[in-house]
Write a protein that binds this ligand. Structure first.
Ligand code: SDX
Length: 392
């Protein structure tokens, strides 16, 4: 209770951290990565180039981009004994549970060959994580199907390689649709980083203790899994399936507005944005392109999604609270159109966000820092005398 212990507001100030990586203006709906707008990066760059930008702080020239791409390509395979690690997972384990375990297990392969104080060791860890996440993500999916793992292909670009490892089988030739690969790459870019959100703050807090980066990223994955955070894209599709028909939309909207009903419209609202999430605006555009390209624009669930969007952008309850559709609303729709199962949606978010997490980890570790130690406002009992059990 305030007054019993001195509550030092200074602790709250140090708990928030400085960073040069991402800038968000929630009121104006601005998102910059190292000074570049998300709109420019989503339309003129690609995910690996954004990975380079987030980690090193500048856009690569042609030679740097070629070298970085080549490095990532040559780290996409995982240690063969990690494939048997998956044998221990129940066949219907949630892919996020498997990903969290598999990434944490990377610590068992590399923790003794890296010194987090060494710049080059940190860079190698970052390369390994960016390179291996698509492979591990696809392995989670293949394990859930009982299908063999597909080895990465160095002749494919980053997004196409991921789609190949997801949907390819040894029995037949699989070449990813270029338009789908471009949409996948754009989804990766739009989810790459987002300042000090819950999962990134977890990675920074874990990293501040000196834990190895693989364990820190595993902690970030666990945090992202929650439906209020990265689990929202999966929750969007579960919500659309539960609504089931356009005739039931009003019933769910009424529930979302009812202060006594815990139901919230998944994919709407944001902790920071009080304007349209700029990522959602970009994805909304991609949505139309991908749905048309795949010929699924009349898919029933997508019609329900469109109607929900219209309501949220016009209904006083949502407008007054500035509950716009967020990045998860549209990413869920596109991923479904691509044929990604809902259980893999947050895995894809984690894959894309890994570069943001490891860039924040690197930024913190490479500058003077103390272990994170958020303080609390104590609201428990005053000090009291201990009573022996016979007197209680
Ligand atoms: C991500 O931090 C990040 O950057 C996260 C992220 C990233 O890239 O890392 O952007 C990714 O997590 C996006 C958000 C995904 N989550 C969802 O879509 C889940 C549904 N959204 C809600 O759970 C909610 O909007 C949050 C969690 C996102 C924000 O919650 P807040 O901060 O508590 O919302 P708020 O305080 O601004 O709410 C104000 C009002 C409240 O009602 P009143 O008390 O004023 O009557 O709006 C209501 C809330 O009840 N409200 C909603 C709502 N979200 C907020 N009502 C109905 N449906 C919703 N979705």
């Amino acid at each position: 209770k305030a007054g019993m212990f001195t509550f030092d507001p200074g602790f709250v100030a140090t708990a928030s951290t400085e960073s040069k990586i991402t800038y968000i203006d929630g009121t104006a709906g601005v998102l910059l990565h190292r000074g570049y707008t998300i709109q420019d990066l989503a339309s003129k760059s690609d995910y690996l180039e954004v990975c380079f930008l987030l980690y090193y702080g500048y856009l690569p020239n042609a030679q740097q981009k070629a070298e970085f791409t080549n490095t990532i390509k040559h780290h996409t395979m995982v240690h063969e004994s990690l494939t048997s690690f998956f044998d221990g997972f129940h066949h219907n384990a949630h892919p996020m549970a498997m990903l969290c375990g598999a990434v944490g297990a990377l610590s068992a392969f590399y923790h003794d060959v890296m010194d987090i104080r060494d710049e080059r060791d940190r860079e190698i860890a970052a390369h390994r994580l960016v390179a291996k996440m698509p492979t591990l993500a696809a392995m989670c999916y293949k394990h859930s199907l009982g299908q063999p793992f597909m080895y990465p292909r160095n002749d494919l670009n980053y997004a196409s390689n991921f789609l190949y490892m997801m949907f390819g089988t040894p029995c037949e030739q699989y070449e990813p649709n270029p338009a789908v690969a471009r949409a996948m790459d754009r989804i990766f870019t739009l989810h790459a980083d987002h300042e000090q959100n819950a999962s990134t703050s977890t990675v920074r807090l874990a990293g501040s203790s000196g834990a190895n980066p693989f364990a820190c990223i595993s902690a970030g994955i666990a945090t992202l899994w929650g439906p209020a955070h990265g689990g929202a894209n999966e929750a969007v599709l579960e919500m659309l399936n539960e609504i089931g028909d356009e005739s039931r939309i009003d019933e769910f909207v009424a529930r979302a507005k009812d202060p006594n009903d815990p139901f919230r419209l998944m994919g709407f609202g944001h902790r920071v944005y009080r304007n349209m999430d700029p990522r959602a605006a970009v994805l909304k555009e991609s949505c139309d392109e991908v749905l048309k390209e795949l010929g699924v624009e009349d898919e029933p669930l997508l019609r329900i999604a469109r109607r929900l969007e219209e309501i949220a952008l016009s209904d006083e309850y949502f407008v007054s609270r500035k509950l716009f559709p967020n990045v998860d609303f549209y990413s869920g729709i596109i991923l479904k159109a691509i044929g990604i199962p809902t259980s893999m949606f947050t895995v894809i978010f984690a894959l894309a966000r890994t570069v943001g997490w490891i860039s924040h980890w690197h930024e913190m570790i490479s500058s003077p820092h103390k272990i994170g130690r958020p303080r609390q406002l104590y609201t428990g009992e005053d000090q009291r005398d201990f009573q022996p059990v016979e007197k209680r």
